[in-house]
Ligand binder design. Structure first.
Ligand SMILES: Cc1cc2nc3c(=O)[nH]c(=O)nc-3n(C[C@H](O)[C@H](O)[C@H](O)COP(=O)(O)O)c2cc1C
Length: 234
């Protein structure tokens, strides 16, 4: 159950994995749609959702103040999947969503990160040292329909981006099966698994998947093998 519900956006289909978030580009459209659908959608979510699995992820490419015509090939952390700009973790999130028939939820912050790497490093370090909880732009009405949640993030300074802590603060994942995945320059999970366990002590945290940033965009087979081993390949 979410502790502080402010808004609702659920794009619903019956047969395909669904992105259950408002993108940073279309928030105003989504909010208008939300207003018109609010009465209708409230209370109907469980039967309307397309999957029992949810992939929640944070990725730099969906949280940075990038120019419209960003050159994805110019940065190791920017990926384009199906014409959408994302990042390494976002690319892996889509692979999991596809292979496990899971819905997608992108953690997006209100304040965007700089479009250059060094400034992002500095901002992330400041946020960590101040134990910041960045305000989130995207929200879920309820996680009730989801028993299994994949949680993906890049390793930032040996930890999760602070926006992932915002998400874990906002939502109670007690009783859920949580499956972490990380992309990194080589550090892997660092201490993030114990951080997740501390933040969600009543969740069952399974063994996760760690991928390097260089293999993330081409990891379909690894992802499928991993999901198969867990029994989640659809
Ligand atoms: C602020 C910041 C801090 C990072 N710190 C680490 C680190 O401590 N160890 C590591 O292996 N990689 C680190 N990286 C590299 C990212 O983990 C890696 O590029 C990741 O795949 C990025 O995922 P994304 O494109 O989904 O954001 C850092 C990247 C950024 C932007």
């Amino acid at each position: 159950m979410k502790k502080n519900i402010v808004s609702l956006l659920l794009a619903l289909t019956l047969s395909v994995p669904t992105a259950v978030y408002a993108s940073s580009d279309d928030v105003s459209d989504s909010q208008q749609e939300e207003t018109s659908q609010e009465g209708e959608a409230a209370g109907e979510n469980a039967q309307s959702l397309s999957s029992n699995f949810l992939v929640v992820y944070f990725t730099y490419g969906e949280n940075a103040d990038l120019p419209e015509d960003v050159d994805a090939s110019a940065s190791a952390s920017i990926q384009t999947v199906d014409d959408e700009v994302t990042g390494n973790t976002g690319a892996v999130a889509r692979m999991i969503s596809e292979a496990a028939k899971a819905d997608l939820f992108s953690i997006r912050t209100v304040q965007k990160y700089p479009d250059n790497y060094d400034d992002t490093l500095d901002q992330a370090q400041d946020e960590q040292s101040q134990d910041t909880r960045p305000e989130l732009e995207t929200e879920l009405e309820s996680l009730d329909a989801y028993q299994t949640i994949f949680l993906g993030f890049p390793n930032w300074w040996g930890d999760m981006p602070m926006a992932v802590y915002s998400f874990l603060d906002d939502y109670d994942l007690s009783g859920k099966t949580l499956i972490p995945f990380v992309t990194s320059g080589g550090s892997g999970f660092s201490s993030t698994i114990s951080e997740i366990e501390s933040a969600e002590p009543e969740a069952d945290v399974l063994e996760g998947l760690s991928l390097s940033s260089s293999e993330a965009s081409d990891a379909e087979e690894v992802v499928e093998d991993w999901l198969d081993g867990l029994g989640y390949l659809q």
